[in-house]
Write a protein that binds this ligand. Sequence first.
Ligand code: UD1
Ligand code: CA
Length: 457
Amino acid sequence: MSLSVVILAAGKGTRMRSSLPKVLHSIADKPMVAHVIDSARQLGASNIYVVYGFGGEVLQQRITGDDLTFVEQVEQLGTGHAVDQASPFLTDDEDVLVLYGDVPLTKVSTLESLLAAKPSDGMALLTVHLANPMGYGRIVREEIAGQQQVVGIIEQKDASPEQLTINEANTGILLANGGDLKRWLSNLSSDNAQGEYYLTDIIASAHGEGKTINTAHPETEIEVEGANNRVQLATLERAYQARIAEELMIAGASLRDPARIDVRGKLTTGTEVSIDVNCIFEGEVTIADNVLVGANCIIKNSTIGENVEIKPNSIIEDAVIEADCSVGPFARIRPGSVMKQNSHIGNFVEMKNTTLGEGTKAGHLSYLGNAEIGRKVNVGAGTITCNYDGVNKSTTTIGDNAFIGSNSSLVAPVTIGDSATIGAGSVITKEVAQSDLALGRAKQRNLSGWQRPTKKS
Ligand code: UD1
Ligand code: CA
């Protein structure tokens, strides 16, 4: 059976107090509606219809895909009216799943259980038992053939005192046959307490036609919670992060405090990986076996090899760090950097667009930009590659086994040969041949009997 998904996203989101449409507010740096679209894709949806009301332009800029169709709901006349905007696109023989752009944490496994619950001649509803169902539509059941079957949904504002005691609530998520859905939607009326076309009224229509309405349930309430303001958004963010932290631990990573890690993208960890508190992972990050990540590190779109130690307060972005390396504390590895096996970057070293050869060390206080650095090089403290002349960037090339004395300025473009030595404090502007010693600094003069200035009275 082919599946289409209709995502309701027409709410303005006034309570966000934002110019951005509500569904573009993010969980883990990804818009809420993008989480919902991801879930729809994981279910194998062939078409996804996003019903929008406000900010259609920015929505279609930020959210893209061949499988997406944006459908405008010009006036927000209710959830039934919203789904009906997609009716012209729906076919009679497919299943249609209704999701919500501001309910981002529904698990794919929960939605799969909803798909499994739908009888061939009936529909399926995702419902949840709540201690306090205030505000939710209530699931009305009647005994049919010895079973408590769903016969309708009554909205809070339309419910009798007796119906208000029902604690099985409507999540809004439902699944129906496309032909059935279109027929039921075309018969909706707005004759109710809110004067809206309620999607929930299709349940009574289904029951009236003798269809069976089965239910499925989420594992936890947070899966069906929406975000109307930034407080609720922050609650969902924490729940999402807790879920990711749990997945990482189940996969074998040790988190010193699962409440103090943030993953804003996809983090993949090997075995014996330990992550200390307050680390942030962004984009795609892959960490191999036996890696230690110290406190307060930020790692974005990078690959970390086996047995690497990243010491506290290091920032790594768009970089490859091969096996056995050590980084930090307080290191900054910027885009385009590669640390070959067993190399070392120490405190207050910044690297950008630079390759550090195998076994090479830059332990302290350096800037290495646009550099090709060979194997087993020692880069002394305070070494600067002067890669920028104010207009162009140039390359510094350093051969294997070179020794760069402390506080050297290497003015690019410049090449330093294999096994060359640079005296401390040098400003190097010319090529240094293999094995040569280069000294590019003023000669020391000592003046004996030097009198210091005295204070003028
Ligand atoms: C709806 C359900 C209620 C359920 C609750 C769960 C109906 C009539 N009621 O109530 O049974 O318990 O959700 O949260 O369906 N939307 C549009 N266009 C519209 C109206 C709504 O896109 O014209 C979108 C909203 O942006 C929102 C979602 O649909 O994302 C739900 O709408 P909302 O008005 O919040 O419905 P509730 O009154 O909460
Ligand atoms: Ca609501």
